[in-house]
Write a protein that binds this ligand. Structure first.
Ligand SMILES: Nc1ncnc2c1ncn2[C@@H]1O[C@H](COP(=O)(O)OP(=O)(O)OP(=O)(O)O)[C@@H](O)[C@H]1O
Length: 338
């Protein structure tokens, strides 16, 4: 596996295990697994780095043939057969340990304690170039082109093929959804307008059907004779003519009034028929048709099985209590007005 190397002054080479740009920290290790061996050559003052471990001490290094004191600062990777290398706190008095079989090698100051942990890990911080603000905005960081110092600038992360593919997919999905919505909307509009058009058509047809039903039909005298079955069933006699029962179909019965006065103005009769034909009210008997065949004139009404109103209101023909004065008032008020 290829390792990334960090080159420090005095040809010190370290492996880069991890870089944390957010906190500007490099975790490094010694390729020879012996960080204390590199200590003599460390000179970070001319590099942008400083030790990350702030617990630092000054040491005197000793080469001992025998050692009777604290072995926590014994540097195994520097020791050899018949001798051991120890780091001795410079702040300790010389008489603190027995150094009689030791030779002092050199002093080193401001050594981070983690060097002696023997896990071959060294934390190095850098203060410049400063990239924290780029990291915070999810961007990459680079040296400013025209800057001789440690000036940096942020730049957008280059888009990978995967990113571009995802972007295209997202755009296609968005456009697709919008198109689908438009298609649904258009289909809905077509369906609604089609439905409205059909409803309109139905309304017109219903109106025409109603109009046809309400418009009085003109009958010939022969029709009148057929409808009344040759004037077989006389219903009554009024001031203007004789009324016969008739039948238009199996279920539809009519009352046909054969008018006495056939000498009058025919046009007047037709106009009257036209006016009556337009009146449609629940309380007014409906004029179904008419006959104006030469001097023979007749009016065809819906058949009422309850005989004449006169029979109800006149005490002579019926029970007066059947139609009280209140009922008569109701009927009068419900009479259609023009
Ligand atoms: N639509 C009808 N259905 C059933 N019977 C009817 C109908 N119209 C009239 N008659 C019968 O025929 C009779 C005569 O009716 P008609 O309308 O000619 O005269 P009237 O209502 O008695 O009075 P007027 O001649 O003054 O109008 C009525 O009394 C009734 O018995």
């Amino acid at each position: 596996m290829e390792e990334t190397l960090l080159l420090l002054p005095n040809s010190v080479k370290l492996y880069v295990n991890k870089i944390d740009y957010a906190s500007q920290l490099i975790i490094a290790s010694d390729p020879d697994q012996c960080l204390p061996g590199q200590l003599r050559h460390f000179n970070l003052s001319t590099s942008p780095f400083k030790f990350g471990d702030m617990e630092q001490d000054d040491y005197a290094f000793f080469n001992c043939t025998s050692w009777k004191g604290d072995t926590s600062r014994q540097l195994a990777c520097l020791s050899g057969p018949g001798y051991d290398i120890f780091a001795y706190f410079s702040s300790y008095p010389i008489g603190y340990s027995d150094l009689t079989s030791c030779t002092k090698m050199y002093n080193l100051s401001s050594i981070p304690r983690e060097i002696f942990w023997q896990n071959n890990i060294l934390h190095l911080n850098w203060s410049g170039p400063e990239c924290v603000h780029c990291e915070a905005h999810g961007k990459f960081c680079r040296s400013k082109n025209n800057s001789a110092g440690l000036g940096t600038e942020c730049y957008d992360k280059p888009k990978s093929k995967e990113d571009i593919k995802k972007k295209i997919e997202a755009s296609v999905a968005t456009v697709g959804s919008v198109l689908l919505l438009l298609v649904f909307f258009a289909a809905f509009r077509v369906y609604s307008s089609d439905k409205a058009a059909k409803e309109n058509q139905k309304r017109i047809e219903n109106f025409l059907a109603d109009y046809k039903a309400f418009k009085p039909t003109r009958y010939t005298y022969a029709d009148i004779k057929r409808i009344t079955n040759e004037f077989k069933d006389k219903l009554g006699q009024g001031a203007y003519g004789t009324v016969f029962k008739g039948q238009l179909s199996d279920e539809i019965f009519v009352a046909v009034k054969i008018l006495n006065n056939s000498t009058g103005n025919g046009e007047e009769f037709i106009n009257e028929v036209g006016t009556m034909g337009k009146i449609h009210h629940v309380n007014v008997i409906r004029l179904v048709g008419y006959c104006a065949d030469g001097f023979r004139r007749a009016l065809v009404y819906d058949y009422l099985s309850n005989e004449s109103l006169e029979k109800f209101i006149s005490s002579e023909h019926g029970d007066a209590s059947a139609l009280s004065w209140e009922k008569l008032q109701d009927i009068a008020l419900a009479w259609p007005k023009e």
